[in-house]
Design a protein around this ligand. Structure first.
Ligand code: SF4
Length: 151
């Protein structure tokens, strides 16, 4: 049986991004040789609409660009993602970088100016707190090299 790998659904081409688009990354499909990919979109799980206003984290809460507080929706989506990861026994996740849900290491700084700061998205942090390894999407090529997967 293949190891389960949690993946941000937008990286697999799902149009669940705030603007109705996606962040398709064809390299991730190469990991199917070794992993069973489990798509998740924490913001959709949290009940947010597609499209929706962009959100960023400021002082540990999540606000839309117009100032509405969506922290509880982001937390609900994170809990649901963790539930799925635990149910399918997934030890690792590849998540979209910089997102207020999925970002790992760097996220937008809450000023909606495109600036990044150190930090994790709400879901990435919850997965890490529960001993699930989280990789940002820019590290997929490294994983492919590590596993010796070629075209
Ligand atoms: Fe992609 Fe994560 Fe944002 Fe959903 S919440 S659109 S999976 S980055």
């Amino acid at each position: 049986m293949k190891t389960k790998l949690i993946v941000s659904a937008c990286l697999l081409g799902e149009n669940c991004k705030y603007n109705g688009g996606n962040n398709y990354n064809s390299d991730i499909l190469k990991l199917k040789t070794f992993f069973e990919l489990i798509p998740v979109c924490p913001e959709a799980f949290g009940g947010l609409e597609i499209p929706r206003e962009p959100c960023e984290i400021r002082e540990r809460r999540v606000y839309s660009k117009s100032g509405e507080d969506f922290t509880s929706e982001f937390e609900r989506g994170a809990e649901h993602t963790l539930y799925i990861a635990k149910e399918c026994n997934a030890p690792v996740a590849i998540l979209k970088e910089n997102s207020p849900s999925c970002g790992c290491g760097k996220i937008y700084d809450g000023s909606f100016s495109g600036r990044l700061c150190d930090g994790n998205g709400i879901t990435a942090q919850l997965l890490l707190d529960n001993d699930i390894a989280v990789f940002g999407d820019s590290r997929v090529k490294k994983l492919i090299e590590l596993y010796g997967i070629y075209d």
